[in-house]
Design a protein around this ligand. Structure first.
Ligand SMILES: C[S@@+](CC[C@H](N)C(=O)[O-])C[C@H]1O[C@@H](n2cnc3c(N)ncnc32)[C@H](O)[C@@H]1O
Length: 269
C-alpha cells in the first residue's frame, strides 16, 4: 500500500519548509530536550523532508549518537543531504523509504520523532504502533502535528485573505485525504499503545515579520494545484489571493498562525 501526499516536494517546497521550521523549531527543541533527547542516542525521524529537524537531532545526538532519517521522496532527501552537509553534520543516515514499511529497517531506537507526517497517512494509528514497537525499553516517542480543530487562525486587524487561507488550507487537506484532527487524537493513541509519562503541549506561533508572514503565500503556492483542480477559487481569484497575502507581509498586521500539538511518551522499561 502507498499513500498520497498532496503538497509539493523538492525545490518547489523547500523555502516554505525552511520558514516554517524557523518559526516552530525553537519551541520544538525545548520540548524534545524536556522529553530526554540527549547525546549518544540512536534516533529515528520519519518523514524528514528537507532534513531540517534531522540536523538538530543529529547535533543533539553528538558524535557518539546517530540519526536515521527517512522520507518517501528522493527529491526531499537530495535537499536534506545538501542541508546536512552545509550544516557540517555527518551522523545522519538518510534513507528513501515509505513509513508504511518502516519495520523493514529492523532496528531499535532510543528516540523517535516526526513532524507533519502522520496526518497524511491513511492509518496513522498503525504507524504510531509500528514506531512504538521500534523503541528500546525506556525509549521515547515524540510527534508534532498541526491541530486544525477550531483552527484558531486569525489576524489583527482582521484580513479576509487570512480567513480564506484557513478555509483553502482545510479544504485542500480534506481532498488530499489528510486528517486535520489527528493532532487531537494523539493523546488517546499514545495511551492505547501503552506509552507512559505522556506529555501533550500546544504551540501557536504569532507571525509579525515579513519573513514569518511569507509562510502564508508560500503555503498558498504549495496547495495551488489542488485548490484549482477542485475549484476552491478561479485561477484569477487565486492570483489575487496570493497577491493579497504577499501585501500582508509588509503591512502592520499580526497573524496568529496554525497551532501545533507536540506529544511525547516513554516505552516501559
Ligand atoms: C509536510 S512535509 C514535512 C517535512 C518535515 N517533517 C518537516 O517538518 O519539515 C511531509 C513529508 O512527509 C513525506 N511523506 C509523505 N508521505 C510519506 C510516507 N508515506 N512515507 C515517508 N514519507 C512520507 C513527504 O515526502 C514530506 O517530505
Amino acid at each position: 500500500m502507498t499513500t498520497h501526499y498532496p503538497l509539493n516536494t523538492g525545490e518547489r517546497d523547500a523555502l516554505r519548509l525552511q520558514r516554517l521550521h524557523d518559526i516552530y523549531a525553537p519551541y520544538t527543541q525545548t520540548f524534545l530536550q524536556a522529553a530526554g533527547l540527549q547525546s549518544g542516542m540512536q534516533i529515528l525521524e520519519v518523514g524528514c523532508g528537507t532534513g531540517l529537524m534531522a540536523i538538530l537531532l543529529a547535533q543533539a545526538a553528538g558524535p557518539n549518537g546517530h540519526v536515521v532519517a527517512i522520507d518517501r521522496s528522493a527529491e526531499q532527501l537530495q535537499i536534506a543531504k545538501q542541508n546536512a552537509q552545509r550544516a557540517g553534520v555527518d551522523n545522519i543516515e538518510f534513507i528513501c523509504l515509505d513509513v508504511l514499511n518502516i519495520k523493514s529497517l529492523n532496528r531499535q531506537f532510543d528516540f523517535i520523532y516526526d513532524r507533519w507526517l502522520l496526518m497524511f497517512l491513511p492509518a496513522p494509528f498503525a504507524t504510531i504502533r509500528d514506531l512504538f514497537s521500534m523503541l528500546k525499553p525506556n525509549g521515547i516517542l515524540t510527534t508534532e502535528e498541526a491541530s486544525f480543530f477550531n483552527l484558531g487562525l486569525y489576524s489583527y486587524p482582521a484580513v479576509s485573505a487570512v480567513q480564506t487561507w484557513g478555509e483553502i488550507f482545510g479544504k485542500s487537506c480534506a481532498v488530499g485525504k489528510a486528517d486535520g484532527y489527528l493532532a487531537d487524537k494523539l493523546y488517546s493513541y499514545y495511551q492505547q499503545i501503552g506509552c507512559q509519562n505522556i506529555v501533550l503541549k500546544m504551540h501557536q506561533p504569532v507571525l509579525t515579520t515579513p519573513i514569518e508572514k511569507s509562510v502564508l503565500a508560500l503555503g498558498a503556492y504549495s496547495f495551488q494545484t489542488l485548490a484549482l483542480q477542485n475549484g476552491f477559487l478561479s485561477e484569477e481569484d487565486y492570483q489575487k489571493f496570493i497577491a493579497e497575502l504577499t501585501q500582508l507581509e509588509t503591512q502592520d498586521v499580526m497573524i496568529v498562525f496554525v497551532r501545533n500539538a507536540l506529544i511525547r511518551g516513554r516505552k516501559p522499561g
